[in-house]
Write a protein that binds this ligand. Sequence first.
Ligand code: PMP
Length: 406
Amino acid sequence: MDINIEQIRADFPILKEIVYGKPLVYLDNAATTHKPQQVIDAVSEVYLKYNSNIHRGVHHLSNVCTEAHENARVKVQQFINAKHTHEVIFTRGTTESINLLAASFGDTFLQPGDEILVSQLEHHSNIVPWQLLEKRKGIVLKYIPINQAGELILDNIDELINNKTKLVAIAHISNALGTVNPIKTIIDLAHSKNIPVMIDGAQAVQHVQVDVQALNCDFYVFSGHKLYAPTGIGVLYGKEEWLNQMEPYHGGGEMIKTVSFEGTTFNELPFKFEAGTPHYSGSVGLGAAIDYVNTIGINTIAQYEQELLSYASQRLASIPNIRFFGTAAEKASVISFLIGSVHPFDIGTMLDKMGIAVRTGHHCAQPLMQYYQIPGTIRASFALYNTKAEIDKLADATERVAQLFG
Ligand code: PMP
């Protein structure tokens, strides 16, 4: 099926906005995506028609709201093909999912000297929670190095995944470079040594089909807001055998079975990890975003975005003194670049004045920038509503800016 781009663009009201007198060209989708009317309507409907605190309610609205929230969980389960709905834990997003895992997995399983393995291209939210655990628990954080193309070097993986390793935590797709990592190879290798694997799917669920059972990963995390859903909602998928063993993260309402001063017992999955009033308008919005993506088809989206990526790579390549970062064989629709020695912020600011939204800086991946010995990059990242005409605008504007800076 082909993308009906006019129809899709009409679904996203914000794309009609004018910035500095010019039509908005939004190429900052790796940071967050815009929301289709269908998602906005689903969230409005919660507050217009059935807002009420959920679970254990005796009244009508509470039951309707509970059903909508739990329905969204089923949509997530089906979207990533989890075996059970109770393996889907709602969180505030990828960052909270990884912090939850670090705290709970750390408290339950880790001893001083145990190793966690990440990679050199991780987002800070898949580095810092483990560093906090280094401080609290005396564990050791190691990383898989990368090459100039921004691909993981797996030559020494047998030494990196050793008998001290207790968890491998790797991005599915790099937010700064777009590299698609060979996660299946890493998962199989880790499993051959009985080591569980967490995949950071923040940049993946919106671009490629994810099947957690086929991948056989132990944990998979992502954020709703990068998948056309509202902010403040995300997912930690975990195999039930791990989640059942893990200590709870936050304490409070919802996550308990009985409470007394003599001792408290915890609720079953998924509620054990969902303390407090759930973000039910967020989950309903996430469910609507999944419905939206499913109507177009994730594989159709993937194919369309690959076309945008190769068109953009080709258009930008003709700009004098352009340097690309992230030239892996397999990439998602992210392009990171610099022009000569011009600071990325200067180029980003000028592009903004032309109505073009890109992101500049270290993209929350400072160790990666240290590897390339650069302060940051200019990053254009494409979503299902972007067009080749927008990429032409980006390329023409970048060329003009490059000329201005000589
Ligand atoms: N991991 C990756 C790969 C990301 O791209 C991001 C968001 N930039 C995060 C984690 C953190 O996501 P969030 O801010 O939504 O928690």
